[in-house]
Design a protein around this ligand. Structure first.
Ligand SMILES: Nc1nc2c(ncn2[C@@H]2O[C@H](COP(=O)(O)OP(=O)(O)O[C@H]3O[C@H](CO)[C@@H](O)[C@H](O)[C@@H]3O)[C@@H](O)[C@H]2O)c(=O)[nH]1
Length: 420
């Protein structure tokens, strides 16, 4: 019997995701037409023997989360439960705190998945590797280029045995081009070292650490307190993948992840991809259209477009590399490129809304998405355009490389601005 835990974090952590995280908790943001963590749940539900999926985080359970859990339980016919931390317990504290719930029923092992990653989740391959050689910790690793590796947990492995010899979380100088994907398979034994860290922290008292966590209150950093501390002791192994993988930290990376998942749908969910039908809109490449959306036949959509519930797309609209969230309206002949259109927003006719993608370097197979800050030298860096919820863009204007905060009614064109 197997279980899975998804670490969904909580409200303070979504800052790079603003203004989109104002409306919906980040783990429920739609990526390729479904909530971000539905991709995780679908992957877990396909592993034979999966008994239960636990979401651990410090969100106050709200209507959206409750509805999502109910729908997921029904769809996958599995218990999907939310366990709330009353203070942020870090990436490992919640696993220890809720250990009884995780170990209830005696699972053989449990997956632990960061919510903010996009992946093809090679969980069966990880399970097969674990069953060949059960060790307390199995980490999924992928490669990154030298510069970008510094933004992740870096793993030095023994290439013959795949044992993790050395682990450094976000090092300041180059350590290894193998990085931690935030996807793990732990044996029940893994909880023992977590207990040791917990007890040591209790003895050391309430001292706040450099990341602002309170170890005395039960916080555990899986990466530093466990992986770095136990590397080289025969307990941690890595399973390497060259499948799709990307972090989802910023809105730009959500758009990129949407593209990766839409590509995956060719194999996993061909029924989710829109097909060209007589009298329907022209579809180019991978496009998701929610069944309740109304799309005019002369619109041209794709590649990499995802259209949410109840969206209206008018005649002659051109839409490419974009996510349009539920209830938005694109009036006739708008052109929307590299943009996220927020819930209930309206783009007036003949308006052009355009962003600049900051995709990984296509000539470097080890490149990942840069989720750097929005500004450099006091200037907004060109990036995708984001319209917050219920924004109104008038007819015949240009909105380029801009972020528009929720409920704004614009009256003219804007370029390279954050409109507050
Ligand atoms: N329940 C809970 N979850 C948390 C908490 N803090 C973070 N998380 C969740 O844990 C995951 C990791 O979040 P971060 O702490 O922001 O780490 P990171 O910068 O994303 O780096 C981690 O992931 C990288 C891969 O994406 C790894 O390379 C890196 O080593 C590390 O594990 C996210 O899914 C986040 O929601 C917490 O206090 N409680």
């Amino acid at each position: 019997m197997l279980k899975a835990v998804i670490l969904i974090g909580g409200p303070q952590k979504g800052t790079r995701f603003r203004p989109l995280s104002f409306e919906v908790p980040k783990p429920l943001f739609p990526v390729a037409g479904v909530p971000m963590i539905q991709h995780h749940i679908e992957a877990c539900a396909q592993v034979p023997g999966m008994q239960e999926i636990l979401l651990i985080g410090f969100y106050q359970p709200d209507e959206a989360l409750t509805r999502f859990l109910e729908a997921a339980q029904q769809e996958f016919n599995l218990p999907v439960r939310y366990l709330q931390e009353f203070v942020p317990l870090g990436t490992g504290g919640g696993l220890y705190h809720f250990r009884d719930q995780i170990l209830a029923g005696g699972p053989e092992a449990f997956f632990v998945l960061n919510a903010d990653v996009c992946s093809d989740f090679p969980l069966s391959a990880m399970l097969a590797a674990y069953r060949r050689q059960p060790h307390p910790f199995l980490l999924l690793g992928t490669t990154a280029n030298r510069t970008q590796s510094l933004n992740y947990g870096c793993i030095v492995e023994n290439p013959q045995t795949h044992e993790v010899l050395h682990y450094v979380e976000k090092p300041s100088t180059f350590v290894s081009d193998v990085i931690n994907c935030g996807i793990y398979l732990f044996s029940p034994e893994a909880l023992k070292p977590l207990r040791d860290v917990f007890q040591r922290n209790q003895q050391d008292g309430q001292l706040e650490d450099s990341s602002g966590l309170w170890p005395g209150a039960g916080t555990i950093r899986l990466e530093q307190d466990v992986f770095s501390a136990l590397a080289g002791q025969g307990q941690i192994y890595v399973h390497l993948t060259d499948g799709i993988w990307s972090q989802i930290k910023s809105a730009g990376s959500a758009l990129y992840a949407s593209r990766l998942y839409l590509g995956q749908y060719q194999l996993t969910h061909p029924e989710r991809l829109a097909k060209h039908t007589p009298g329907g809109p022209r579809i180019r490449g991978n496009v998701y259209i929610h069944p309740t959306a109304k799309v005019a036949p002369s619109a041209v959509l794709g590649p990499n477009v995802s259209i949410g519930e109840g969206v209206t797309v008018g005649e002659g609209v051109r839409l490419r590399e974009s996510i349009v969230l539920h209830g938005a309206t694109l009036q006739e002949h708008t052109c929307v490129l590299h943009t996220i259109v927020g819930w209930g927003s309206t783009v007036g006719r003949w308006a052009r809304v355009e962003g600049t993608p900051n995709d990984p370097n296509p000539n470097d197979p080890r490149a990942h998405m840069d989720s750097e800050s929005l500004f450099k030298d006091g200037k907004l860096l060109p990036a995708i355009t984001i319209l917050g919820c219920r924004v109104r863009i008038p007819a015949e204007v240009l909105i380029l490389n801009s972020i528009v905060l929720p409920h704004k009614e614009l009256s003219r064109s804007f370029t390279n601005q954050i409109i507050l």
